[in-house]
Ligand binder design. Structure first.
Ligand code: F6R
Length: 239
């Protein structure tokens, strides 16, 4: 595992954006696995800057997001599709037809999951997967459990995740309790995994995930088995 420590969140975002940029420059038609949440925002801001300065071209890039709340439509400002549009896609020259987020409005969970796995498969997998890290070790919405779920699946969010995500909603009761998420297999099959985790509150889980036992109770711990993981953090998270 390679570790890069930025001095603060902004710096970590620049490092993450530089790694994503290198991937796009090396392979202009790459498939990026993307994440939402508060962590990648500074990386996305820097990617937009690189695009605006003429250094990056997204016209051939495809993106496949990790997850989406079940029951939120793309226009809902709490949906992950809306997040991706407003934080990145609306500001760069990516073709939105080439951007994928699970269909939160598909009521048939089996269909939603199979369709998404087919999208991943038909793209030949993911070149670089960007991940944030949940306080309980979740990646995507793969929550602590007794086994590592493989393909895209429907999850019931844990109380810890609902509480953490309540900051984006009017109240915790407004946070959807279910989501569709890419499974551990698709994440692990990505050629490169880029984890970004910042702030004091991520310190403990970074230790557990990367230096503790590999267990589905800490889903991110499975990343220890991946041959090409890059961890970007700040001093608060990496000490
Ligand atoms: C988001 C996602 C989640 C977040 C994680 C960390 O698409 O899949 O796993 O990466 O919950 O969230 P933040 O960055 O808000 O701390």
């Amino acid at each position: 595992m390679k570790i890069y420590c930025g001095k603060d969140y902004e710096h970590a975002g620049r490092i993450t954006a530089n790694i994503l940029s290198a991937q796009i420059i090396m392979k202009p038609d790459c498939v990026l696995g993307l994440a939402t949440g508060s962590t990648p925002i500074s990386a996305y801001e820097n990617l937009i800057r690189h695009y605006e300065s003429g250094d990056l071209d997204f016209s051939l890039v495809h993106s496949i997001n990790l997850d989406e709340y079940r029951g939120l439509d793309p226009e809902n400002d709490q949906s992950y599709r809306y997040f991706m549009n407003t934080h990145l896609f609306d500001h760069i020259n990516i073709d939105k037809k080439n951007t994928f987020v699970p269909d939160g409005m598909e009521k048939d969970a089996e269909k939603a999951c199979q369709d998404y796995d087919e999208i991943i498969r038909s793209h030949g997998g993911i070149d670089l997967q960007l991940l944030g890290l949940g306080h309980n070790g979740h990646i995507g919405f793969n929550e602590p459990s007794d086994s590592f779920a493989k393909g895209t699946h429907l999850v019931t969010l844990t109380e810890s995740t609902v509480t953490a995500n309540a900051r984006f909603f009017a109240s915790a009761s407004d946070v959807p309790k279910e989501a569709y998420t890419m499974g551990i297999r698709s994440i692990m099959q990505a050629k490169i995994i880029l984890v970004m985790a910042c702030g004091e509150s991520k310190k403990e889980i970074i230790k557990k995930a990367f230096y503790g036992p590999i267990t589905p109770q800490v889903p991110a711990s499975v990343l220890q088995l991946h041959p090409n993981v890059i961890l970007v953090g700040d001093e608060a998270a990496l000490g």
